[in-house]
Design a protein around this ligand. Structure first.
Ligand SMILES: [Zn+2]
Length: 560
């Protein structure tokens, strides 16, 4: 094995060997092959993303005997000297250490002389953002109109620090962070060539630690090869990088999910020797992998909560919170998070608690209602008819009463006093009514609200059947049943039973019947209102609207 470090040994020498920057190499190749060359290029991107390598390959491609070409011959004198970084017309300059005006003046001076051997004289300026303002200003003119044989390749990790005047004079290529999978594949390739055994998981850990920089990752790989004596395992890499052992992460999450607080305390003690930020990063990486692997132990909600807890904890570290404290906080918050229910679950459990009453309670209620004189004794059997989930129709009826009371106290009281539950079968709710006089009027007025809540509680298809019974047992005059899906029928029945000629329903009925003649504006679809629909039509607002829109039809809807 050679002593050369891997990053140098495997530095790409052609566009094909560059990792993870396909769109850039494609554009540069086309420019070379079609001879559409600019005089200045700017390569920006994270360190280790391939900027300098690309600049060197591009320079070689420009000076090759066969060039400019995207596939330099690799055999001519220019290619050979370029590969060894000793080409006399390829001048590399590090702006971090040569940032002053004098350095730039020297460079500008040398642009005045033709290339010694190649067709171009190429200046590669690394870390160009480090140049002083004066140096930038001095460079500007040359950068804009250099001699035809001069090419500039500027590289920077921080393009935002460059003056706009520089940016506008160069073709800008943005290097992406290299994908982790690309880095891992590249490491596999190198290790195979080097005949070194490895476990892929270990390489994934290395590439995570390299943060998308191929150079940094290769440096870590050098270190790992020495550290693990020829066989690279996740355990070795974890120890070398000061990371958690993958098995340890598994133990942590098992303890969290099972809510084992004693185990957690033990783990926290073990983790005290680790850098807290690294532990958090490892936990995030573990969760991320679990998320992509669709690990069923975690629900989507749990992922969201865990990620939130971890990101919040990171901010605690920035205010110098104690490591052990932050870790304890993370783990106990996570255990708590596994216990928190969703809002839907809470609503469900509350509803179940409310309606899952013990059977004895139901019977007691039934007995109570049986005592009231208005209910027929046979009715009692019906109440016991049990619906799904232990909710009886009787309970639903109670819920209906509660809802009506909530909506309107007068209506609720009236309904409770006069209406009795009989049965709920085949989507038909049978009730008895003993309403008379004012009570009957009230029920008539609010009939649409009653119907709305009946459908809400018993289901949308529910039909209501009301049997009229007399409040006074001495004059039993039960009315025949009718279908009160139509307010009209209900209204008429109530009217005939109670002889109430001043019912609001009545006035509506009479207004509605001769629809075509009653309103000049057309048919009126009133009904289901608490006030007279005709009054609404007479309000100045509606009259003005009628003038403006000249409608064919006015529909008045009640907001329930
Ligand atoms: Zn060549």
């Amino acid at each position: 094995m050679s002593h050369q470090v891997l990053a140098l040994k495997y530095r790409p020498s052609s566009f094909e060997k560059l990792i993870g920057q396909e769109s850039i190499t494609q554009t540069l190749s086309l420019a070379l092959n079609q001879d559409r060359l600019s005089h200045a290029y700017l390569f920006s991107g994270l360190r280790g993303s391939g900027k300098t390598s690309t600049a060197r390959i591009f320079a070689k491609a420009l000076v090759c005997d066969q060039g400019p070409t995207s596939t330099p011959c690799e055999v001519c004198e220019h290619c050979l000297s370029a590969n060894e970084n000793r080409h006399i017309d390829i001048i590399e300059m590090d702006a971090a250490s040569n940032r002053g005006i004098d350095d730039i003046r020297e460079l500008i001076e040398s642009t005045k002389y033709k290339p010694t051997s190649a067709r171009f004289k190429i200046f590669i300026i690394d870390e160009v953002h480090m140049l002083t303002t004066q140096a930038f200003n001095a460079l500007l003119k040359t950068l804009e109109e250099p001699p035809s044989y001069v090419k500039f390749i500027l590289a920077t990790t921080d393009p935002l620090k460059l003056p706009a005047t520089i940016l506008s004079r160069a073709q800008h290529f943005r290097f992406k962070q290299i994908k982790q999978s690309d880095v891992v594949n590249h490491l596999c390739h190198i290790l195979n060539l080097e005949n070194i055994e490895y476990e892929k998981e270990a390489l994934e850990m290395l590439s995570r630690a390299g943060n998308g920089s191929l150079r940094d990752t290769l440096t870590l790989l050098d270190q790992a090869i020495i550290f693990s004596k020829g066989y690279i395992t996740p355990e070795n890499v974890a120890t070398m990088l000061g990371l958690l052992d993958p098995n340890q992460l598994e133990t942590i999450f098992t303890a969290i999910l099972s809510g084992n607080k004693n185990e957690m305390l033990h783990i926290i003690k073990e983790l005290e020797s680790y850098e807290c930020e690294i532990v958090i990063d490892e936990l995030i990486a573990y969760l991320k992998n679990a998320f992509f692997a669709q690990d069923r132990r975690f629900s989507t909600l749990l992922y969201e909560r865990f990620f939130k807890i971890l990101s919040e904890s990171k901010s605690l570290l920035y205010i110098n919170a104690n490591n052990g404290f932050v870790l304890s906080l993370i783990f106990f918050k996570m255990i708590e998070a596994t216990n928190i229910k969703t809002i839907e679950e809470m609503i469900d459990s509350l509803e179940n608690e409310k309606f899952r009453l013990p059977a004895s309670h139901v019977k007691a209620e039934v007995a109570q209602s049986a005592e009231t004189p208005l209910t027929e004794p046979e009715v009692v059997e019906e109440v016991l008819q049990v619906k799904d989930q232990g909710v009886t129709s009787g309970m639903l009826f109670e819920r209906l009463c509660d809802k009506l009371l909530d909506r309107n106290a007068e209506l609720g009281e009236c309904f409770k006093n006069c209406i009795r539950f009989v049965s709920f079968e085949d989507e038909q709710l049978t009730l008895t009514s003993s309403a008379e006089g004012e009570a009957s009027k009230t029920l008539n007025t609010y009939y649409s609200i009653i119907k709305h809540f009946v459908q809400e509680v018993f289901g949308l298809e529910t039909k209501i059947k009301i049997n009229k019974i007399q409040a006074l047992p001495s004059e039993p005059q039960p009315e025949p049943s009718f279908d009160p899906n139509y307010e009209a029928q209900m209204s008429e029945a109530e009217l005939s039973a109670n002889d109430q000629s001043s019912s609001m329903m009545e006035s509506l009925e009479f207004d509605n019947e001769p629809q075509s003649e009653s309103c000049a504006t057309g048919a009126m679809m009133a009904g289901k209102v608490e006030i007279d629909a005709k009054e609404v039509l007479n309000t100045p607002f509606v009259q003005r609207a009628t003038e403006l829109f000249d409608p064919q039809k006015i529909q008045i809807r009640q907001k329930v």
